[in-house]
Design a protein around this ligand. Sequence first.
Ligand code: NDP
Ligand code: KPL
Length: 297
Amino acid sequence: MTDIHIVGAGAIGLSFAHALSQRHNVSVITRTLPTDKWLISEHLGTKVINAKPVVLAHTQSLSIANCFICVKAYQLPQAIADVLPYLSDHANLFISHNGMCDLSEVLDQLKPNQALFFISTARGALKLDDNHVKITGSGDTYLGACNTQAHSIIKHIFGIYFSGILSQSFIHEDMTLLRWQKLLVNIAINPLSALHQVPNGQLRQPKFSATILALLNEACTVANKAGIKVTLSQALDNAYQVMSRTSANFSSMAQDVKHGRKTEIEAICGYVVAQGQLLNVSTPYNAQMLQALINKH
Ligand SMILES: NC(=O)C1=CN([C@@H]2O[C@H](COP(=O)(O)OP(=O)(O)OC[C@H]3O[C@@H](n4cnc5c(N)ncnc54)[C@H](OP(=O)(O)O)[C@@H]3O)[C@@H](O)[C@H]2O)C=CC1
Ligand SMILES: CC(C)(CO)C(=O)C(=O)O
């Protein structure tokens, strides 16, 4: 049993907290203390999550050995800045979010023996209210190493924190490829489902196909120029499969727009536009989606 800190009492943070608390001591770092116990509902009913809330400002002497950061892409820099002073010299840091962030900015701030891992998850979770999360889907979770220290201990870490704890979890050898593959799915589904406020399955209608093709064509061209081996046909297949498997779900971006929250569009279409500029690839469809969603903020 080890001590784990999770940053973010959101849908994914609380769902990880519940799973990890079966074998470890879990604390969840929040900006303000919760008003009530955290609850989780899944097929077996509703349970109290066995995790302790922690507000960093109240715990100056804290040393964090294992830290899972489960926040939105645009919240990552602040979350890293918040926990960095508390990380032990051999800390394991796990990051999980949709979209792409420049991980080199995180790596530059770590000490030589601190390990950085990325978690890509297709688990579905929804906050019903401030203290209550509902598991809405069981998807695969992949753990990947982002620096040399993480590469050297990944099998050991997987055994302690993932195997038998987070169902359907695996080690992935090529996190960059996996992150791009997930990005391509999010590019096809998230902005259109958000703008039209439709569940994922509705995007299979022919009226959306030309836009999906154009968005993915631009993104695959950028990826290929960056040396990432993805093909347009694979990207389309994956996106349409996810639309079918999650047909009744509203994407995270559709929910963000519905509730008037900031979206992760900058880390999704915005990343393709920014990389396109660097690599001299024109990305007008992604730029248009980026602007349309920014207008909703
Ligand atoms: N929900 C899902 O089913 C899935 C989500 N994802 C991805 O996982 C990531 C997290 O998503 P999700 O859990 O749904 O998002 P949520 O918005 O539900 O959770 C994020 C939580 O982190 C908190 N937070 C942000 N910054 C800090 C900080 N510095 N200190 C303490 N708390 C902080 C937020 O608080 P506040 O509200 O105050 O900002 C919020 O409670 C996203 O990138 C999402 O796209 C991926 C797969 C599935
Ligand atoms: C895979 C998908 C599109 C599932 O809804 C997702 O990641 C999201 O909603 O952000």
